[in-house]
Design a binder for this molecule. Structure first.
Ligand SMILES: [Zn+2]
Length: 172
């Protein structure tokens, strides 16, 4: 199977692009090793808070770029975001609940890169980087000025071994 995302490589600069955005293609272990090194240096809770803000910012910028390029509405952009993450190898996201009126939802994730790299670890939830992804995308959907109004938690993780997948619950 070939990638479902369009990949354009500039033959002069060598820059990869998808949907007009410059991209980097890298080994999964490279990303996860960097992630774990920073977690070890800062402590998980401090790093988690930093990641939540930075990944939420990136999610919002991504969604805004899609609106400019594709003219999608906010909910379609939100759904497209998780489709693209899935197509780019982060894991297989599915939006199980999205209640815009009640400002809440639930997303499940199979084959998360962090769970696959971690193997089985009891009582561990290792995919907290995605909490910021969800926070940013949902704050974009709702048109919030501040993504910290969205709360998101990885409720359980495939790495724990009790479920076959991870789950993220979110609300604003
Ligand atoms: Zn997980």
């Amino acid at each position: 199977m070939q990638p479902a995302v369009p990949i354009d490589v500039d033959d002069t600069s060598g820059i990869w692009r998808t949907d007009g955005l410059p991209m980097v293609y890298l080994p999964r272990h490279f990303l996860v090793n960097n992630h774990l090194a920073v977690e070890a240096a800062l402590g998980r809770e401090a790093y988690r808070a930093i990641l939540r803000a930075s990944t939420a910012k990136s999610a919002i910028e991504w969604c805004e770029a899609q609106v400019r390029v594709k003219g999608l509405d906010p909910e379609a952009t939100f759904r497209h975001y998780f489709q693209r993450l899935s197509q780019r190898g982060w894991g297989q996201f599915s939006i199980d609940v999205l209640d815009v009126a009640k400002r809440r939802g639930s997303i499940s994730l199979k084959n998360s890169i962090f769970a696959l790299e971690a193997g089985q670890q009891r009582e561990q939830r290792v995919c907290y980087m995605f909490e910021g992804f969800v926070t940013g995308a949902f704050s974009f959907l709702l048109g919030l000025a501040d993504s910290t109004q969205v709360e998101c938690e990885e409720t359980y993780c495939a790495c724990d071994g009790r479920q076959g997948h991870c789950r993220f619950d979110f609300a604003a």
